[in-house]
Design a protein around this ligand. Structure first.
Ligand SMILES: [Zn+2]
Length: 123
């Protein structure tokens, strides 16, 4: 894989990682025991019943967001790991190169477009 493209992707991944972590931090607390796990904080707006309803509402929304962001974070971390190990850009199914164009569009991709299309047809 082209060194320049890889550098660009690495930078992009690290920037994304930072953004996702900051998003998570805004409503969740980092878990001290499990790596990359977060706990959504329960908001506290007051004791009136409409405030309580809003608390539960926001908590539920944040929980769902937490799950999405955590899964994004995991994908990003896995991609960064692959760059470190030198296996980045190789399709996990057919072991062929994924291709710079696809990776620039989707840096966390670990399958080539051929395998991806095949898998989508099966499911
Ligand atoms: Zn493939």
């Amino acid at each position: 894989m082209d060194k320049k493209i890889l550098e660009k992707i690495k930078k992009d991944l690290l920037a994304r990682k930072k953004r996702v972590e900051e998003d998570l931090k805004s409503f969740a607390k980092k878990d001290d025991h499990e790596k990359d796990e977060h706990r959504t904080k329960f908001p506290n707006y007051g004791d009136k019943s409409d405030e309580n309803v809003q608390e539960i509402d926001d908590y539920t929304t944040n929980l769902a967001t937490e799950r999405v962001l955590e899964s994004t974070l995991r994908d990003i971390n896995n991609a960064i790991d692959r760059i470190k190990k030198g296996t980045y850009g190789i399709c996990k199914y057919c072991k062929k190169e994924i291709g710079g164009k696809r990776l620039l569009a989707r840096p966390v991709a670990n399958t080539c477009i051929t395998c991806k299309t095949r898998l989508q047809k099966m499911s």
